[in-house]
Design a protein around this ligand. Structure first.
Ligand SMILES: Cc1cc2nc3c(=O)[nH]c(=O)nc-3n(C[C@H](O)[C@H](O)[C@H](O)COP(=O)(O)OP(=O)(O)OC[C@H]3O[C@@H](n4cnc5c(N)ncnc54)[C@H](O)[C@@H]3O)c2cc1C
Length: 488
């Protein structure tokens, strides 16, 4: 099998799985990554520095629309896994059933995915928090227990988390296992090469065979260069926004970049009577699943900068809160978005994409309901006040106050939304009219272009997506490897 060259574009959750599986199976693998490679010493820096090193466009990749949504993703070796919170949720059975029915997605039942989850959980050391729960977690769990709502601690990819509260700047202790710490070194040990500061601009070839990729190299301190690499197969793992942009730049359009989905999220700050360690411990670890799959409630990462942004819209009320941040923790409501978005390469700049998302009316209703539930559980947890970040909404001071303020759907344009979960921009399944690729990620009309990242989820999973991304990527790449071995 050696001598067959696979190119893996992107080194995040999906790309690392591909690199490892292909290299282990004896393929000649090159991983091409737009961002740089960093060591643990580079991690855990200020938000500003981390954004410059690890994030796409320094964290400025908004989803445009009537109600713009702040979105960020990783751009470095390891992709978004380097800056994420490490929460691990397997795809719910109901989502998989829906994908089988609506997209005719084959070979992705709970039983089919089980071995891939088991493998990834062992490879990444997924587990529960080893130490005592931080106060912000214990209070949230207490609120849910008081109300009798289903909740649980979410396992994380951070077996020895020391609670430095640096997840989004790259974990400086290495406890949170981004794939630069876990799978990529194993792929490299098996022979995979890693090209950094290398953005794949286009894929060239005559359908059904992609033949080579055009790469823009931009090593720091060096003049930009264009390079070409030939390939027997190209695995697309640039993530939900950049995979469709690359395909469209390459003239490939069928159901590409037309169906981006997200989990729209509203964050709140809850203020408690005494210190909760919101800035000095790991983010709250419990999720409330009482209203799943449509609404999920959980804990969010907090820094003074994040707090200031959330309070900015109601600054006269919020200003004082900045002096009491030790008593504050951040929580969120996220919904399984029903709206749709698109990805298009920007016309004026080959390094940028234009992202759009139109909220569905149902998204706004669910966010309002979810915010009401969130306020209720936080007051049951003992909060004195909840700062919602909703424009013009006064600070909520009791559960009754929240009921009154949130009895009718909020105005969409009052919601200061963000998201870190994007997917489904190139959906897979056998329904060719609504998918970009077959059930195992092979693009329609192409023999050797395979999707292996968040873009290929048929729709929103309703839970944190990394586990689903890795399971589908592994299933897609192993199907390719086995088909190839069989036809040789
Ligand atoms: C702040 C944050 C917190 C999150 N928290 C969680 C969480 O707790 N749990 C969870 O399950 N999920 C979480 N996620 C989401 C999760 O990290 C992603 O769903 C997952 O990493 C997506 O994997 P991917 O392979 O599709 O893309 P990524 O992991 O983003 O990797 C894509 C890579 O491709 C590279 N690339 C893009 N275009 C090109 C190109 N043209 N040429 C070369 N390289 C390119 C990028 O630089 C990037 O490194 C979070 C995300 C963020 C940003």
């Amino acid at each position: 099998m050696s001598g067959k060259r696979a190119l893996v574009v992107g080194s995040g959750a999906g790309g690392a799985v591909c690199a490892f599986e292909l290299a282990t199976a004896g393929w000649d693998v090159t991983v091409i990554e737009e961002g740089g490679a960093f060591a643990l010493e580079d991690y855990g820096q200020s938000a500003e520095r981390a954004m410059a090193l690890l994030y796409r466009h320094r964290g400025m990749t908004p989803l445009l629309g009537a109600n713009p949504i702040a979105y960020v993703e990783g751009c470095c070796v390891g992709g978004s896994t380097e800056i994420n919170s490490g929460f691990w949720r397997r795809t719910p059975d109901a989502t998989l059933d829906e994908w089988a029915t609506d997209y005719d997605l084959r070979g992705a039942s709970a039983g089919d995915l089980e071995p891939h989850f088991v493998w990834a959980e062992a490879a990444l050391h997924v587990g529960l928090h080893a130490g005592k729960w931080p106060t912000s977690t214990a209070l949230f769990a207490h609120g849910a227990t008081t109300l009798g709502w289903a909740h649980h601690e979410v396992p994380r990819i951070a077996p020895n988390c020391r609670g430095t509260n640096r997840c989004a700047s790259g974990c400086p202790t290495g406890a949170k296992q981004g794939v630069s710490q876990s799978l990529l070194p194993r792929a490299q040990a098996a022979g995979a090469r890693l090209l950094t500061h290398a953005r794949v601009h286009q894929i060239h070839g005559d359908a059904p065979h992609a033949q080579r990729v055009e790469i823009l190299r931009h090593e720091p301190g060096q003049p930009p260069q264009t390079e070409w690499l030939t390939a027997d197969a190209v695995f697309l793992a640039c993530g939900a926004t950049e995979t469709p942009a690359l395909l469209r730049r390459s003239g490939i359009h069928h159901n590409i970049g037309d169906s981006l989905q997200i989990h729209p999220m509203l964050k709140v700050l809850a203020e408690f009577p005494s210190s909760v360690g919101g800035l000095s411990s790991v983010l709250p670890l419990v999720q409330i699943t009482e209203f799943a799959p449509d609404i999920s409630l959980g804990g969010s990462y907090l820094t003074p900068g994040h707090a200031a942004v959330l309070l900015a819209d109601n600054w006269p009320q919020g200003r004082d809160v900045m002096t009491r941040l030790d008593r504050v923790a951040a929580y969120y409501v996220a919904v399984r978005g029903r709206g749709h978005g698109s990805v298009r390469p920007a016309t004026a700049d080959a390094t940028r994409s234009t992202l759009r998302y139109a909220m569905a009316p149902q998204d706004v209703e669910l966010l309002t309901q979810g915010l009401r539930h969130l306020a209720r559980v936080l007051f049951a947890a003992g909060a004195l006040a909840v700062h919602t970040g909703v424009t013009s909404m006064p600070t909520l001071t009791s559960a009754q106050h929240a009921e009154r303020a949130l009895h009718a759907p909020l105005r969409a344009d009052s919601l200061n939304l963000s998201t870190v979960h994007a997917f489904a921009s190139c959906p897979i399944g056998e329904r060719q009219a609504k998918t970009a690729a077959n059930s195992f990620g092979k693009l329609w009309g192409w023999q050797n272009l395979i999707l292996a990242d968040a873009s290929c989820l048929p729709s929103s999973p309703g839970v944190n997506p990394q586990a689903t991304v890795m399971a589908l990527a592994r299933r897609n790449v192993r199907a390719w490897i086995s088909d190839h071995a069989a036809t040789r």
